[in-house]
Design a protein. Structure first.
Ligand SMILES: O=c1ccn([C@@H]2O[C@H](COP(=O)(O)O)[C@@H](O)[C@H]2O)c(=O)[nH]1
Length: 281
């Protein structure tokens, strides 16, 4: 059963004791093939359990990309539940990268499915979400996160080049991304001592992202784009500045490339985890 201690407190402790690094579990067809695994639910299971072996004792958190499990239908979701349970048993936090978001009534069902720690759902420690229907439409996710020691990483500025056009679009003289960031800050302001609303901020972003970051004084930042998308830990340190201790750098393909040899994989995870510790100051 996941702990109800707030996610930010659990992650901060693990980030200091081990590393802030998040390893992405992305069992993409090309990666499974490179590992000599079948493109089946069992191939996905083997891939993820090998990565978890490599991560244990080195990283704070893993991030299964739900799309690669969902691709197999119900059997994929069974593997996802098993992998999440295995991570929990090893003391590794789980961010389910599921990017949900809808009107409030539907969002409430997503909250039950992903963030409630009792019940029949997936019981993630944290999830990702989209705010295109409005930050306030995500309210059931924030409330459920707060009640269950979770957090919701809302996409504010993504790491992919296609995101900037929409995220920089003008909204009453300000970029849409900054309006979403304001919404996140407002949610957190109403929860003293807790951080139910967090942000996805890509590692690949330019200077304009610094202003957006400054709008979210309490939020944690999930930071994809490290490695395969071209960003480095130096880029993250310089982009986040004094907020680097709230950055959760996440890498998927660049870590998986070190496998499937168990020793090589564990060594790659250990090295990146050690390097990422400097973000903690
Ligand atoms: O802005 C975003 C949001 C999410 N992602 C996801 O993160 C990983 C990145 O994988 P890499 O192999 O380390 O590039 C993947 O699951 C994406 O769907 C993102 O890249 N950017």
């Amino acid at each position: 059963m996941p702990s109800k201690e707030p996610f930010h407190a659990r992650w901060s402790r693990l980030a200091k004791d081990l590393s802030p690094l998040c390893v992405g579990l992305d069992p993409a067809p090309a990666t499974l093939a490179a590992w000599g695994l079948d493109e089946t639910p069992d191939g996905v299971r083997r891939f993820c359990l090998s990565l978890l072996d490599a991560c244990e004792g080195h990283v704070a958190v893993v991030k299964p990309q739900v799309a690669f499990f969902e691709a197999f239908g119900p059997a994929g979701f069974e593997v996802l539940a098993e992998v999440m349970e295995d991570a929990r048993r090893r003391g590794i936090l789980v961010i389910a990268d599921v990017k949900r978001g809808d009107i409030g009534t539907s969002t409430a069902a997503y909250a039950r499915a992903w963030l409630e720690t009792s019940g029949s759902g997936f019981r993630a420690d944290a999830i990702t979400a989209h705010a295109y229907l409005g930050v306030e439409a995500l309210r059931p996710l924030f409330d459920t996160a707060a009640a269950n020691g979770g957090t919701v990483f809302v996409v504010v500025r993504s790491s992919n080049p296609e995101g900037a056009g929409l995220q920089n679009a003008d909204h009453s003289g300000r970029p849409v991304a900054d309006v979403v960031a304001d919404g996140i800050a407002k949610v957190n302001h109403a929860f003293p001592g807790e951080v139910p609303a967090s942000a996805v901020m890509g590692a690949t972003l330019g200077e304009e992202a610094k202003r957006t970051l400054a709008l979210m004084p309490k939020a944690l930042f999930l930071v994809p784009g490290l490695g395969a998308q071209g960003a480095s830990l130096d880029d993250i340190a310089s982009l986040f500045g004094s907020a680097a201790d709230r950055a959760i750098p996440t890498a998927s393909r660049s870590v998986a490339h070190a496998g499937p040899d168990a020793a090589a994989l564990r060594s790659a995870v250990a090295t990146l985890a050690r390097e990422a510790r400097r973000l903690q100051g």
